[in-house]
Design a protein around this ligand. Structure first.
Ligand code: C2E
Ligand code: MG
Ligand code: MG
Ligand code: MG
Length: 292
């Protein structure tokens, strides 16, 4: 019976794998259609300045809203688009959507804050991503400082010199580059030593493990000091409670992002949220930043 048990578990496992492979093929085969028919949509999550509670940035986060399967999270479709080198299509689409959003807001007389775009390692190999993004931003007549590039520390990895060059190119052109998910990988300090980032984003695992007696509090405190010493601004993501906000303010984290403030929302909903919460302030970026 043990043997039978083993076989049935194995059967289940392989069926599961087959399902996964089918799901992955689905994303690859339908990407162009999903972009054309707007199944891929962009959600925006505000980032708040710790000192004044004003919205100072927004992060663009992709969602695949499938006519049959509903809202699908990036964890399900990003990895396969990365493996197949197609992710650049989605990421350039996200850039275009973010630029269109800024234009609409500006035309309606609403405040506009810089929008963060997440890039994957494959983006830097599938096309000349720096030029592709630059061309779109310039073409929209929007200042480059309004688009922020988020790069996960782990994508720096092997081709260090190449990635360093790409980060520097973005920055020379006037884009901000933020290091995302800091503290989730292994090479963090070495990368920080050698590449200049405008902002370090602390991975949400620091908040997940947050507890007043926890070691992560001590580690986060010291890392924050280090960033401050380097003259780099800091964001902590995954902020969900007032205790976390108070602690992060105390240790000098300059920006905060998380469900405590707002979850990622589609364009229309985030505008309504901003209208309703008139107490929500905005940092008005310099007009010279917004207009080219
Ligand atoms: P990320 O860049 O680190 O984004 C932060 C993730 O944390 C988002 O998940 C966001 O919804 C979630 N989050 C924000 N606040 C909280 C909170 O208070 N608590 C918790 N538990 N979660 C919070 P999401 O949208 O599922 O994205 C997951 C990852 O997928 C992103 O991590 C990013 O690496 C990647 N991703 C998302 N959109 C894109 C995209 O357009 N292009 C690329 N290349 N990657 C993307
Ligand atoms: Mg990010
Ligand atoms: Mg990321
Ligand atoms: Mg992150």
């Amino acid at each position: 019976t043990n043997r039978n048990k083993f076989i049935s578990v194995y059967d289940y496992f392989s069926k599961d794998m087959l399902k996964t492979i089918q799901a992955q093929r689905y994303f690859v085969e339908n990407l162009d259609r999903a972009l054309a028919e707007k199944w891929v949509t962009v959600y925006y999550q505000p980032i708040v300045r710790t000192a004044n509670g004003c919205v100072c940035d927004e992060e663009a986060l992709a969602r695949w809203v499938d006519p049959e399967r509903g809202v699908i999270s990036p964890a399900d479709f990003i990895p396969v688009l990365e493996e197949t080198m197609l992710i650049y299509k989605l990421d350039l689409y996200v850039v275009e959507q973010a630029l269109a959003k800024m234009k609409k807001q500006a035309e309606a007389g609403l405040y506009v804050v810089p929008i963060s775009i997440n890039l994957s390692r494959a983006d830097f190999y599938a096309c000349n991503i720096v030029e592709e993004i630059c061309r779109r931003v310039d073409g929209a007549g929007i200042g480059r400082a309004m688009i922020t590039i988020e790069i996960t520390e782990s994508i720096i990895g092997s081709d260090f010199e190449y990635m360093k060059g790409q980060v520097e190119r973005f920055r020379e052109l006037g884009f901000q580059v933020w290091m995302d998910d800091f503290g989730s990988g292994y090479s963090s300090l070495d990368v920080l030593q050698q590449i200049h980032f405008d902002v370090i984003k602390f991975d949400m695992r620091f908040m997940k493990q947050f507890d007043n007696t926890d070691r992560s509090r001590i580690i986060l405190t010291e890392l924050m000091k280090m960033a401050t010493g380097l003259g780099i601004e800091t964001v902590t993501e995954g902020v969900e409670t007032i205790e976390q906000v108070d602690f992060l303010r105390e240790i000098g984290c300059t920006k905060l992002q998380g469900f405590f403030y707002c979850c990622p929302l589609p364009f229309e909903k985030i505008l309504r949220r901003y209208e309703k919460g008139r107490q929500i302030g905005f940092e008005n970026p310099q007009e010279s930043d917004y207009y080219d």
